[in-house]
Ligand binder design. Structure first.
Ligand code: CTP
Ligand code: MG
Length: 393
């Protein structure tokens, strides 16, 4: 069977155990609302078609803000009082797309990987109903009401189950409808409901990192897990030169610095931003500034270089990475850059969307040696440190 795969993402809970003002699925992890991260993983997976989100009635505004700019999301549907009712609402909407397989996933599990999605789809195609499970490394005891051990369980037969749980669509829709008709509303996962309906549920290998964010401590742990996942650390360098000519100012790192001469160039001749762009593109092994913004293209004539840096930073975000640090050295006899250092750092940080503490700016003369020493031009050299999700490539 190779038919269409859809997904239901349930996000209609109130996140009471996590506290924190807004429901947990709308809180940021690594600078991005948790629900957006979760939805991105599903939307970016090549085998998944419609991704149906289920939200709490009244959360439409906060939801729209959280997913702004994500392509291909149908309108969210209102959830119910229980997780089970919310899943059913999502499934009912998907009937119009008649998928073969559906993945049911919690918005509160943002560390969903493409590999786990692959396994879920493959398992559902074979078994009809399949859930990710994790082996339990610890010994597990059953206790009685007095917190006394009643039994030691055979942990080799136990699994902790996660989402995405994957099913043949008609099978799980029918099970949900039957459970609702029977007045049963308290199944805590869809596998339990499929079991109740008489189906065999197969268990495939889950991922230890695919945790559900439940408590406020989980948010702190999630930040650390996110950083740890960006373990492919890359460094790029950039170098740029512009020639002094007529003018009354130079642009350095997006800041206009008055000077008796200007710098000539096709755009605004901002050597610092140009060197930074090449450093970032170098870290990504993604060409250079000229490849993305050809000097032959009239639309870049006189352009403010902010947009070039914003573009390079967007390329990092598109790879789901982060810029860990930017550092630049300016070489010129004049103008003096150090009085403007903090303004330049703040401007670069603002364009790149990173903290100012992650931007270094230094300046030096070349002791009157060479073309910079003679005041013929200005040089900038930059280093970018970029963290990307681990990949074998
Ligand atoms: N969920 C839902 N509708 C409900 C209850 C829960 O869509 N009526 C969703 C949650 O938004 C979450 C997932 O089911 O993505 C798993 O539930 P849980 O982790 O318990 O989230 P909350 O119910 O929001 O949290 P809490 O139980 O702490 O209030
Ligand atoms: Mg709950």
């Amino acid at each position: 069977m190779t038919g269409m795969v859809a997904a239901v993402v349930v996000a209609a809970g109130r996140g009471e155990r996590a506290g924190g003002g807004v429901p947990k699925q709308y809180r940021d992890i690594a600078g991005e609302p948790m629900i957006r991260t979760t939805l991105s993983s599903l939307l970016n997976h090549p085998q998944i078609g419609p991704v149906q989100t289920v939200i709490f009635p009244g959360d439409e505004g906060i939801y729209r803000g959280a997913v702004a700019g994500l392509d291909g999301l149908p309108a969210p549907v209102a959830g119910g009082a229980t997780r089970q009712a919310s899943v059913r609402a999502g499934l009912e909407v998907l009937t119009s797309s008649s998928p073969d397989i559906v993945l049911i996933h919690d918005a509160a599990r943002p560390f969903l990987t493409g590999r786990l999605i692959d396994r879920a789809i493959a398992a559902a195609r074979v078994a009809g109903a399949a859930v990710p499970g994790i082996v339990i490394p610890d010994t597990v005891k059953e206790i009685d009401a007095a917190a006394t051990v009643a039994a030691t369980l055979d942990r080799s037969r136990l699994r902790i189950v996660q989402t995405p749980q994957a099913f043949v669509f008609d099978l799980i829709l029918d099970a949900h409808r039957r459970a609702a008709a029977a007045g049963l509303e308290s199944f805590t996962d869809d596998a339990a409901l499929a079991e109740w309906a008489g189906h065999r549920v197969s268990v495939f290998e889950g991922e230890a990192g695919n945790v559900k964010v439940t408590t406020s401590d989980d948010f702190a742990r999630a930040e650390i897990m996110h950083l740890a996942s960006l373990s492919d650390i890359r460094t790029g360098n950039g170098f740029d030169v512009h020639v002094f000519g007529d003018g009354d100012h130079v642009m350095i790192g997006g800041i206009r610095i008055p000077h008796s001469r200007g710098l000539t160039g096709h755009s605004d001749a901002d050597v610092v931003l140009h060197a930074l762009v090449d450093a970032i593109l170098g870290a990504l092994a993604d060409g250079d500034i000229g490849a993305h913004f050809p000097p032959s293209d009239p639309q870049w004539k006189g352009a403010a270089s902010d947009r070039f840096l914003a573009f390079a930073c967007e390329r990092v975000r598109a790879r789901r990475g982060m810029i860990a640090h930017l550092d630049v050295t300016v070489v010129c006899e004049e103008p003096r850059v150090s009085p403007h250092r903090d303004a330049v750092r703040a401007r670069i940080a603002a364009i790149a969307g990173i903290p100012v503490a992650r931007v270094g700016v230094k300046a030096t003369t070349s002791e009157k040696l060479g073309f910079t020493g003679r005041g013929e031009g200005m040089v900038a050299m930059a280093t970018a440190t970029v963290r990307l999700p681990w990949s074998a490539a």
